[in-house]
Design a protein around this ligand. Sequence first.
Ligand code: BG6
Length: 515
Amino acid sequence: MSRAGTPANPLRDPRDLRLPRIAPPCGLVLFGVTGDLAAHKVMPAIYDLASRGLLPPGFSLVGFARRDWDLAAFTEVVRDSVEAHARTPFREDVWRQLAEGLRFVSGSFDDDAAFERLRETLAELDEERGTGGNHAFYLAIPPSQFAAVADQLQARGLASAPDGGWRRVVVEKPFGHDLASARELNAVLDEVFPRGSVFRIDHYRGKETVQNILAIRFANTLFEPLWNNHYVDHVQITMAEDIGIGSRAGYYDGIGAARDVIQNHLLQLLALVAMEEPTSFEADALVTEKVKALSSVVLPPRLDLATARGQYAAGWAGGHPVAGFHEEEGIPASSTTETYAAITLGVDTRRWAGVPFYLRTGKRLARRVTEIALVFKRAPHLPFAPTMTQELGQNALVIRVQPDEGMTVRFGSKVPGAAMEIRDVSMDFAYGGSFNEESPEAYERLILDVLLGDPPLFPRHEEVELSWRILDPVLAAWARQDAAGRGPQPYASGGWGPESADALLARTDRAWRRP
Ligand code: BG6
């Protein structure tokens, strides 16, 4: 040991993950191959992993869908998706190798014969391509269909692995609609798959900048001493999008911004910011701390004053006129689904008591940006003439999750000249400027971790249920407002959300950042 607790030879340390982690012989079965998620994220990420040399040579990708496709048609679909959306350049040699492992099974989820064909296909792949009985089932399908697929996999003996092999299941949000339905969903999965084999994807956890929250906090001495209610005035977590709902009316209507991203992405960010130092970065240790943080979250008593919601109206985006939410195809005029949501939360711990966490998200806002801002208290005393500090705001530490990944520290500095005038300035860290490698897509990291059976980045069912416990009272309050004819407030496309959201912070003399 060079120092207490530090192994002398880091190469012997199992936590040393610097060498490329290559997936073992295995395959992935993709349900929902015709959906957006598969085309935009999952299939391109698989290609990117292949082109980075992180998939085993015999890797297989089996598509399962109702379409009456043959293998050639499926192969073309995968290729189109890869060419259009992969992060890494298209290379014929990589593609050829990946294409050799493609298979397609046509059938619906109630078609026993189709699942029998799936069983035979996997057995053939084990034989021909050496996948060794190791298969992950990726359910890129609506949760209402999870039970049907899980039952079929169980009935065909596909849910449990042969000796020496593994079976895993990957599910995508929404993990339920509220606490009760999340519990039902968890029960369905737990009945068929052993707990450690269920991987819930929250793609924000796969983003480099999100993983970096723990590095920033726990690898440095600089920030952690300030990371508490002695210094932090409040925390703002923003996930703003400039796009509308596009062609996703069927999914989005009745779900809304809070269920779509606050329940998962934003509460995961909150947990990483609020949690205490874990004893290690193993899944159990991380979950323990995240669960403690989420269990400490409290809602203010007056939810009408502590939350805001809105729906985008027609306006302009990127120099083009855009439709309002109610004009989008598939959205009924009576819809009260929110496209913007802001919520005030408290974290009842010694570290955070008294510090509000403001979470907001919205579609058709001024720009696409996700950031976490710790806004600090003002200095207890300013030994300057008041006129000299007019342009001094509150210090802030901003973790820029996307798009220009990095971190900003904002503080006051003297303006050059004879007077002691103070103005806000920024100190910036940008990934692009400090590192040569481009960050992998979140789905690359997460799919690789599924194939490796590495669980730290996947929220556990306890976290999912706690997140619903936080959100359910808000959703109930909004439903009561709807019943009383007080639905979401319209906001202009291309702006920063409804007036009620500004009022929410203005009540305590605070304001949202305009990133
Ligand atoms: C998804 C939501 O989880 O995240 C979408 O369902 C949203 O509504 C998307 O557009 C945003 O992801 P990203 O990675 O582009 O921030």
